[in-house]
Design a binder for this molecule. Structure first.
Ligand code: TYM
Length: 344
């Protein structure tokens, strides 16, 4: 099977980042959003804000709409062009939840129980707080991808298992009901697939970080960011060298530097030969703040005009539905549901 929808000119790409915090963080940017921006010219790109996913854990209703707009504004500020990419909010396209239901019905209970993110979150929030929604989260993610017949899904390392499940479900559906879905490939860029916490450089950078000092939020005050980088945990020894095993702190700082400066890791190792950890931190603080300051300004500019942002998202939802409704109708007909005479 080809990775393209027969109707599409270029292979299609789908991805999204949850609006579950007041800002995306540097791990989201380096591991995902940055790649999305670069893919816009060579692929047909579909980027969305998975707000249905954000309600699978405890959240505050009064914050959700704002966080959804913030995430959209951050995508655009980072370089997602709503003219080039289809940019929309997941809950505006009802086919996501509808197809997820169908996928729930071909997913084994044991299979869903093996998802490590579910197990981690259940441990963190406690069994009673874990909802059926959290359990079914990966099938909703599969629906997000399969509805668009995506060939490629650019994500960070932590989504690998969910993508594997998506592929399995696509194959299972196709086998049981007839060829319907493109079986997608993950695009996980090895070097940047996992950015680590600055205070605990063996854990991934995450919005649920133990200490806020380990997390760089893209909307943080740049002064705060500089301070966090300067107080990042480093390793024993003095040599600035990439060694994930023995020097996780320095390796993480080198990865972030390399991504934002465009210099390769060997170049950086040569640049910093004979210099101290402190030199690297000072330079990196400067590099990160000069990257996030314009991004933050642009995000705030976009947020100052929520009506325009909502208009962009409504336009995106319309385009998304044009694709999603075709796949959805095909999938439901193949499953044997009675078509609605005359349509809606
Ligand atoms: P989310 O919102 O947790 O993260 C968004 C993207 O950022 C990546 N990421 C990281 N990459 C490198 N280092 C890190 N420390 C780091 N933290 C996060 C994630 O891998 C992800 O690519 N389930 C998804 C959202 C989703 C989705 C989808 C993605 C819903 N439906 C369909 C792709 C396709 C999630 O929770 O990502």
């Amino acid at each position: 099977m080809t990775v393209t929808d027969p109707a599409a000119q270029k292979p299609r790409v789908v991805s999204g980042a949850q609006p579950s915090a007041d800002s995306l963080h540097l791990g989201n940017y380096i591991g995902a959003v940055r790649n999305w921006v670069q893919m816009q010219d060579d692929y047909e790109t579909v980027y969305f804000i998975p707000d249905l996913h954000a309600v699978t854990v405890d959240y505050r209703p009064e914050e959700l709409a704002h966080r959804t707009r913030v995430t959209a504004a951050q995508y655009i500020a980072a370089g997602i062009d709503p003219e080039k990419s289809t940019l929309f909010v997941q809950s505006h396209v009802p086919e996501h939840a509808q197809l997820a239901w169908a996928l729930n019905c071909i997913t084994g209970f044991g299979e869903a129980s093996r998802m490590t993110q579910f197990k981690d979150k259940t441990q963190r929030y406690g069994n009673d707080a874990a909802t059926v929604g959290l359990f079914a989260y990966p099938t909703l993610m599969a629906a997000d991808i399969l509805l668009y017949q995506a060939g490629l899904v650019p994500v960070g390392e932590d989504q690998r298992q969910h993508l594997e499940l998506t592929r399995t479900l696509a194959q299972r559906f196709n086998h049981r009901f007839g060829e319907t879905f493109v079986v997608p490939e993950g695009m996980i860029v090895k070097e940047t697939a996992k950015i680590y916490d600055l205070q605990n450089p063996t854990a991934k950078m995450s919005k649920s970080a133990e200490s806020p000092n380990g997390l760089i939020q893209l909307l943080d005050d740049p002064k705060v960011t500089a301070k966090k980088i300067k107080s990042a945990v480093t390793d024993a020894g003095t040599e600035i060298r990439f060694d994930r095993e023995n020097k996780p702190g320095i390796s993480n700082l080198l990865t972030i530097h390399s991504t934002l400066s465009g210099r390769t890791i060997p170049q950086l190792e040569a640049d910093y030969e004979g210099r101290m950890y402190g030199h690297l931190k000072v330079d990196l603080a400067e590099l990160v703040t000069s990257f996030i300051t314009p991004l933050r300004d642009r995000t705030n500019e976009l947020l100052a005009d929520p009506a325009e942002l909502d208009r962009i998202l409504a336009h995106g939802a319309k385009r998304a539905r044009e694709i999603a409704s075709v796949t959805f109708k095909d999938a439901f007909e193949k499953m044997g549901f009675l078509p609605l005479a005359g349509g809606f």
